[in-house]
Design a binder for this molecule. Structure first.
Ligand SMILES: Nc1ncnc2c1ncn2[C@@H]1O[C@H](COP(=O)(O)OP(=O)(O)OP(=O)(O)O)[C@@H](O)[C@H]1O
Length: 247
């Protein structure tokens, strides 16, 4: 079993003042961990810090017990991520994009084709395999991005809003794929706005508000939405934030 992904005392400010601070988070191997928060809470920023796409002003980020400042390409090859627009060349077909992603991740050429065929099958992309990516619907483009991120069976998975364009069938499919990844020992972090969906997939739920982690929710609990807003409102009151932003 490999180590998970960790943030310790991490902070990062953007010019203009927004950002994240005091982030302590552990995504353990074998768990699907969900990050929930309102728009602008800092979820994408946290994920970018975890992936080395942003440098922290303070604190330490580790993936698989390696401080990411010392991470080598072999470690990043064990990561699967979709944060912001998935990497996909618009003029490449679905198959060509998946082959390119596999190559970038250092997958051996002998197994690349089989792996891509499995991903096309697994993400139900067979009907579009020969189509240029620019002609795909938003949902199928998202499936392609997820397939490219997950086809090499990464040990560390970070997905920002992975179901935003998926239809119900795609959402169920992704849920099964992520559960299987976690069962195989991967550490999985996903962000979402959909509490009911998160409850069905996550082992742990962490709530983010105004750039900080403010508590957890029980995925098996009833009244998830109410517990979420209670946490956020309580935090807003503590911070003296202006009232009425949910009106
Ligand atoms: N490049 C940037 N420059 C300046 N401010 C930024 C930048 N990126 C994000 N921010 C600000 O940082 C805060 C956190 O943004 P972030 O995108 O991490 O939130 P989020 O929780 O992912 O939001 P959403 O759910 O809307 O995607 C916001 O106030 C946002 O405006």
């Amino acid at each position: 079993m490999t180590e998970g992904m960790t943030l310790r005392g991490v902070g990062r400010s953007y010019r203009g003042g927004a950002g994240v601070r005091d982030l302590d988070l552990e995504v353990r191997p074998g768990e699907v961990h969900a990050l929930v928060g309102l728009n602008g809470a800092g979820k994408s920023t946290l994920m970018k810090l975890l992936l080395g796409m942003l440098r922290p002003d303070i604190g330490t980020v580790s993936v698989g017990s390696v401080d990411i400042r010392n991470a080598r390409p072999e470690l990043w090859a064990r990561v699967g991520q979709v944060v912001e627009t998935p990497l996909a060349y618009p003029e490449f077909t679905v198959t060509q994009n998946l082959l390119a992603a596999a190559r970038l991740r250092g997958v051996a050429s002998a197994v690349r084709t089989t792996m891509v065929d499995d991903a096309i099958d697994g993400f139900r992309l067979a009907d579009f395999a020969g189509n240029r990516t620019r002609t795909l619907s938003s949902g199928n483009r998202q499936r392609l991005g997820l397939a490219a991120a997950l086809q090499h069976h990464p040990d560390f998975v970070v997905l920002d809003e992975p179901t935003s364009f998926l239809d119900p069938a795609g959402t169920i499919l992704l849920r099964e794929i992520l559960r299987n990844r976690a069962l195989a020992g991967a550490a999985v972090l996903v962000s979402s706005h959909h509490l009911d969906e998160v409850a069905r997939i996550a082992d742990r739920i962490t709530v983010m508000n105004a750039g900080r982690l403010i508590g957890g929710l029980d995925p098996g609990g009833t009244e998830l939405e109410r517990s979420f807003f209670d946490l956020v409102l309580h935090d807003d009151e503590k911070r003296g934030a202006p009232a009425g932003r949910f009106a």
